[in-house]
Design a protein around this ligand. Structure first.
Ligand SMILES: [Zn+2]
Length: 180
């Protein structure tokens, strides 16, 4: 997940992911920085599937670029979706979890999307304890400021999100049970 360097230096990311969905996504990178964002090139209604999540590397090591799919496993997206930034009020969800068959893994719209919109997703919706936390500057009213993973966010705050993965809810239940 961005921000990151274009070639994913030091990781196992495939290099050609900038053009993985040329009819759907345009990745913008700010020259001289590691900042990027993803523009959507088609419009969607809330609940629509933007794309299936295919071509993933399973068994990945947890990293800034990986996505968590269960309590202890991670994947690499190997596509332009890697560059979708975090927001505390996101417009898409990565519906990816070992609870479901891989054929059902997808990116889904949480809001209506217009051509040219910047895609965002809520990183703690898949990530329990992130490899690399950061201070959020999404400027949404609901901004949580410090983003380190769902482990550090209480249940009521998580519930206010449009979508959180089933493996995150399971980990939250376990965490709550341990603290009793
Ligand atoms: Zn934020």
């Amino acid at each position: 997940m961005s921000p990151l360097s274009p070639n994913g230096t030091g990781s196992n990311i495939v290099v050609n992911h900038l053009t993985s969905h040329p009819d759907l996504l345009q990745v913008h990178q700010i020259p001289g920085t590691d900042q990027s964002h993803v523009e959507v090139l088609k419009s969607f209604k809330r609940g629509d599937k933007l794309a299936a999540l295919e071509g993933l590397s399973t068994g990945a090591t947890k990293a800034y670029s990986s996505v968590q799919i269960s309590s202890d496993s991670h994947i690499e997206l190997n596509s332009s979706f890697l560059f979708v930034n975090h927001s505390c009020d996101p417009n898409v969800a990565f519906k990816i979890s070992s609870c479901w068959p891989a054929s059902e893994w997808k990116v889904e719209a949480l809001k209506d999307l217009a051509v040219g919109d910047t895609l965002t997703f809520f990183y703690p919706s898949t990530e329990w304890d992130m490899d690399r936390g950061f201070e959020c500057r999404c400027q949404e009213k609901t901004c949580l400021k410090s983003i380190k993973g769902a482990k550090y966010i209480d249940r009521s705050t998580l519930k206010q999100q449009g979508y959180v993965s089933p493996h995150i809810w399971k980990l939250k239940e376990e965490q709550e049970a341990e603290s009793k």
